[in-house]
Design a protein around this ligand. Structure first.
Ligand code: SF4
Ligand code: SF4
Length: 325
């Protein structure tokens, strides 16, 4: 891992992103996705996000740095990891527990590579554009046949804007104009967004709530920059699908949904569709593994009746709705 490859802070929003450099912090590359844009796609997940949504189902994506995680249930007790660590950062404790000394650990990943039980995992690795493209290129035949392509997701891809722009530019060039999409929370300064937008065919753009105070309460940021960027993209003729994570007690009321539909109708020319993403609890075990608290503990998943009601409310406002994207 290059020590210099840390995420820096940008401008007035304080959003972490790398200003330059050939590497991006990536925590997953998933082929054969059918929910992240048209056709069959490969989705590249960027690590690091300026928001901290309480319902986030990918908590491993939030921190803009690699993280080492130990999963007790998978540990075989072989202690190969202790010998593999060049920094003496792993220590045995009672009952087979492994303690990671976060001061000493530099997230090199050598222990995870040696671990036969996959109990140690390094989440997030610095990858070059060439490395990422080599993996994405394996699915080129599917892209061509299905009209699919490459989707950048996260975390927040725009938090590493230079890397994202270069990845998309090179992909377009090498795959002869194949389709590109970016999933984004939209919390980024406009010049940074515009730099990436030049290489994007479709934005999958999150709008979570129209009220800035409510947005701040549950995501850690207010929504003014996000809404302003959505307006600018739509007025620039960029293709957008709005994604709404549907969270009980936050944005599933008639008023909250009608406010989102009203914003789309009045301020986003050319935008007609919402992908409704109902809250689920599949991410909850990941919080335990990362040693983080799950803010929505005990909150049940949405019922099919609640989802149908939300859909009806939006459709009554003239919005086309897809559940699940
Ligand atoms: S190498 Fe993996 S399986 Fe073996 S003791 Fe370490 S964490 Fe457990
Ligand atoms: S990631 Fe590297 S430094 Fe950290 S515990 Fe594993 S081997 Fe040691």
């Amino acid at each position: 891992m290059p020590k210099s490859a840390s995420i820096s802070m940008s401008g007035s929003t304080g959003i972490p992103y790398r200003k330059s450099g050939p590497q991006g912090l990536i925590f997953d590359i998933r082929p054969y996705s059918i929910h992240d844009g048209p056709g069959v796609r490969t989705t590249v997940f960027f690590k690091g996000c300026p928001l901290t949504c309480r319902w986030c189902c990918n908590p491993e994506s939030q921190a803009g740095k690699p993280e080492l995680v130990w999963v007790r249930e998978r540990c075989l007790g072989c202690d190969l990891c202790l010998a593999a660590c060049p920094r003496d950062a792993l220590h045995p404790a009672a009952a087979g527990v492994k303690v990671i000394d976060s001061q000493r650990c530099d997230r090199c990943g050598q222990c995870a590579e040696r671990c036969p039980g996959e109990a140690l995992n390094l989440i997030g690795r610095w990858r070059t554009v060439d490395e990422v493209l080599a993996e994405v290129a394996r699915d080129a035949l599917y892209f061509e046949a299905s009209g699919g392509g490459l989707t950048l997701s996260g975390g927040e891809p725009l938090a590493q804007a230079d890397f994202a722009a270069e990845l998309l530019r090179r992909y377009k060039h090498e795959e002869k104009g194949a389709h590109t999409a970016v999933e984004t929370c939209g919390f980024v300064e406009w010049p940074v967004l515009a730099q990436v937008a030049a290489h994007v065919d479709l934005f999958l753009y999150d709008i979570k709530h129209m009220d800035p105070a409510e947005h701040l309460r549950l995501t850690g940021r207010d929504n003014r920059l996000i809404l302003d960027n959505a307006r600018r993209l739509a007025h620039a003729g960029r293709a957008l699908v709005i994604r709404v994570p549907l969270i009980a007690g936050f944005n599933d009321s008639r008023e909250a949904l009608e406010a989102i539909a009203g914003f789309i109708r009045s301020s986003l020319p050319g935008v007609h569709r919402i992908d409704l993403l109902p809250y689920h609890r599949l991410g909850e075990p990941k919080y335990r593994r990362l040693g983080k608290d799950y803010a929505l503990k005990g909150e049940p998943a949405l019922t099919s009746e609640q989802v149908a009601q939300a859909r009806e409310t939006l459709e009554a406002q003239g919005i086309e709705v897809a559940v699940g994207g």
